[in-house]
Design a protein around this ligand. Structure first.
Ligand code: ASP
Length: 440
């Protein structure tokens, strides 16, 4: 028997109808033994997530304002779910505990975690599974950082003896019993931790889309779904803005090589996207799996004759960045120049001082900056194994008259990074995406 951890996101648990879909999904595969649940999400576009209502309650309570209206909305969300499922559950008592906490000295993490706590208890009740409170097995240090080794041990010990369980996502606690949450969307992380703790065969992440899209749907009409991709490819695409899974959810699963399957609760037959360590050999006809990017970039150009003559010119540049703890996208050293791509909002915080330091330390022949650029990552592990793909991308951009301001491909060949003026961004994505469709 395999062991599958299945995490269900907020839209998958937004109302009683969605709970019923989950019951069917779980019934279809008895390997789905451990479930991780989010708080109820949006039922329609203008709806408010329960987590957002709870945060509002906390803010009002902390500011001495009345929170009862929003708390009543939270209660009504759960009441509707319970009625729709015909379940008995001590909701009034639970809400009274929360109201009392809010009226005292409210703790933000505790309040916002109650969405997952209540939803998971209800799901466990509905399915006849054991409820596992992450307060006892997702371990944070007093500094608010997750203690991964301790969490693995505690979660493993909590889950292994149980045939089935529902674990609340998004939060845990420190040794003093103080609740801590992950950043928003963090139930994905809980799911990955659970999969890791019990060394699951598969981590399923059930959401409201049928997998990772190969490009931004706001730019490409109905882009294709990526069938298979590697952890590394996923990380690069999500870093550049593609969102389907919390970035911190990748590491625990990828450490153990546990495959992650993104699935759609509203279309359970769809196989979704499979994220794995090693791609199946015959999987892809075209080596590029996806394209993603971001606007708001700047390129700093530092020129000096014979930058790379061994006198440590680039090391000094990197030292300056390190001293200032400045994150940057990439830094390229050429024969007579260094090119640094950095987010414009970060540069804006220190531009004058940074330039003065570069001038004082490096005495460049030229120092300039180009702003309003976008950075596009064309991602695919097989990158230049088929360098033909890169040629096609560059040809397509040239054909469309798109300026290529910078270009970078490391020897790792995971991605090709292209800098282009912001006004060309959407056209560039369209041109690149078209090359990905050529072989379909
Ligand atoms: N409920 C939390 C949020 O809305 C966590 C999650 O859904 O994963 O961010």
């Amino acid at each position: 028997m395999r062991t599958v951890v299945a995490k269900f996101g907020g839209t998958s648990l937004a109302d009683a109808g969605q709970f019923k879909k989950i019951r069917d999904i779980v019934a279809r595969d008895p390997d789905r033994r451990y479930l991780v649940a989010s708080a109820p999400g949006k039922r329609f576009a203008e709806d408010i997530k329960v987590t957002d209502l709870l945060i509002k309650c906390y803010e009002d309570a902390a500011a001495g304002r009345s929170f009862s209206e929003d708390l009543a909305l939270v209660e009504s969300r759960y009441r509707e779910i319970l009625q729709g499922l015909d379940l008995t559950f001590p909701l009034a008592e639970e809400m009274a505990v929360l109201a009392e906490h809010l009226a005292g000295n409210p703790q933000k993490a505790y309040v916002e975690s109650r969405g997952e706590y209540l939803n998971s208890r209800i799901l466990a009740e509905y399915l006849g599974f054991t409820f596992v409170d992450p307060e006892w097995c997702v371990c944070f240090g007093a500094d608010g950082k997750l203690d991964l080794p301790m969490t693995r041990r505690a979660m493993g010990a909590a889950l292994r003896p149980l045939k089935n369980a529902v674990i609340a996502g998004f939060y845990g606690a420190d040794s003093e019993g103080n609740i801590h949450t992950f950043s928003r969307g963090g139930s994905d992380v809980t799911g990955s931790l659970a999969a890791c703790a019990i060394q699951a065969d598969l981590y399923e992440n059930w959401t409201d889309v049928s997998g990772l899209l190969a490009a931004d749907p706001r730019i490409i009409h109905e882009p294709k779904t990526v069938e298979y991709l590697s952890y590394r490819e996923l990380r690069t695409l999500s870093y550049m803005g593609a969102s389907v899974l919390h970035t911190d959810a990748v590491l625990p699963a990828s450490d153990l090589g546990i495959p992650i399957n993104i699935r759609n609760t509203n279309d359970p037959e769809n196989p979704g996207t499979m994220i794995v360590r090693k791609l199946p050999k015959d999987q892809k006809k075209y080596p590029i799996v996806g394209v993603a990017g971001q606007k708001g970039m700047s390129v700093i150009q530092v020129e000096k004759v014979m930058v790379s003559d061994g006198s440590g010119f680039s090391a000094i540049m990197l030292d300056i960045l390190k001293e200032r703890q400045l994150p940057f996208e990439y830094c390229l050293t050429g024969i007579d120049s260094i090119t640094l791509v950095i987010r414009s909002d970060i540069l804006a915080t220190c531009r004058e001082e940074l330039f003065t330091e570069i001038r004082d330390e490096l005495h460049p022949d030229f120092l300039g900056v180009k702003e309003n650029l976008s950075l596009i990552a064309v991602v695919g592990e097989k990158g230049t194994e088929a360098s033909d793909a890169n040629v096609r991308v560059l040809q397509a951009l040239t054909r469309e008259g798109i300026e290529i301001s910078t270009i970078n491909q490391g020897a790792g060949k995971l991605n090709l990074l292209i800098g282009t003026p912001e006004e060309n961004y959407e056209d560039a994505i369209r041109a690149i995406y078209a090359t990905m469709e050529m072989d379909d």
